[in-house]
Design a protein around this ligand. Structure first.
Ligand SMILES: [Zn+2]
Length: 312
């Protein structure tokens, strides 16, 4: 019988995924190194911050990981039971992939704050003044959060396309896991914020459900994703959209806050578009190519995984 996916397995997946992203040069930051750790704190929160002139630190609270794992038992497993005829993966594999997407998205979101230069944009370096004069502090914060969601979702989607291209999973199963994971992580944030429906207009983050819709839409349509798999993208996008709608209906009971998505989100998105050029100039993504050692690490990992699959 297949081994049950446990919290310890989840924790080890989370650590190895984060290590891969940072150690294999998948993302590089100009002139700085990024450190990461799991913080022993039960609140559902994560952070990224500059910790020295040449370093940043990302902390993911254990509360986020516990909430993801609980959610997988409460929502993802029942969804799988309703939906497995559409899928070709076991329940354990599906839950594991979805949990990985949720935790990785949190990490990519924090990483995006760093690589997109949000600390400069928001004037968080004490010696510097905010660079934006058009928007209020609140407006800037919502723009930065939206930008981190969009880049986080796009970069994560590229990773999923990589998994699909490796041939280790059917594209449909990977796309369903990605969509369900991305939608779910925002539902966890929404559930943790009881008054969100009343307070979201004035909050630093847009409404969680609007963020989910936004991250999903921009994630699967990003230019990098389209360039990566041009011929297959229309089919992949259509699959992902169907999974989004099916999950909303079957698992979440169509409780989407339509007002937050249709009335407020266009305002946030148009502010993001008007600030995008400025954000692009602040980007800290390094265009250095990956070093020999970084590529070697990726190849060794790939071969080890392949051998493990062949043996089992
Ligand atoms: Zn953020």
């Amino acid at each position: 019988m297949e081994q049950k996916f446990t919290y310890d397995m989840f924790l080890s997946d989370v650590k190895s995924n984060q290590k891969q992203i940072l150690d294999e040069g998948i993302v590089k930051v100009k002139g700085a190194k990024i450190y990461n750790y799991i913080k022993d704190d039960v609140s559902i929160n994560s952070s990224s911050r500059p910790t020295a002139s040449d370093q940043y630190t990302i902390a993911i609270n254990s509360g986020v990981l516990l909430a993801i794992f609980d959610y997988s038992n409460d929502v993802i497993r029942p969804f799988y039971k309703l939906y497995h005829s559409q899928l070709n993966v076991t329940e354990e594999l599906f839950v594991r992939f979805v949990c990985g997407v949720m935790a990785d998205f949190i990490f990519w979101h924090e990483l995006s704050h760093i690589i997109r230069g949000h600390f400069d944009y928001l004037g968080i370096y004490q010696s510097e003044k905010p660079l934006s004069f058009n928007l209020s502090k609140l407006g800037e914060s919502r723009v930065a959060e939206l930008d981190a969601d969009i880049y986080g979702a796009s970069l994560l989607f590229l990773r999923v396309l990589n998994v699909i291209n490796s041939g280790s999973i059917r594209p449909e199963d990977a796309l369903c896991s990605y969509t369900v994971g991305l939608r779910s992580i925002f539902e966890i944030l929404h559930n943790d914020n009881e008054l969100e429906d009343l307070t979201h207009h004035e909050a630093e983050h847009p409404h969680s459900q609007a963020r989910a819709f936004n991250a999903f839409s921009f994630g699967v349509t990003s230019p990098d994703a389209i360039r990566y798999s041009q011929d297959k993208m229309p089919y992949y996008q259509a699959c992902a959209e169907q999974y989004f709608l099916d999950f909303e209906r079957l698992a979440l009971g169509n409780k989407f806050n339509i007002e937050a998505v249709s009335d407020i989100m266009p305002i946030d998105v148009s502010q993001w578009l008007s600030e995008k050029e400025k954000l692009d100039t602040l980007s800290r993504i390094s265009d250095e190519t990956r070093t020999f050692a970084e590529r070697l690490k990726s190849n060794v990992r790939y071969i080890k995984n392949w051998l493990r699959r062949v043996r089992s």
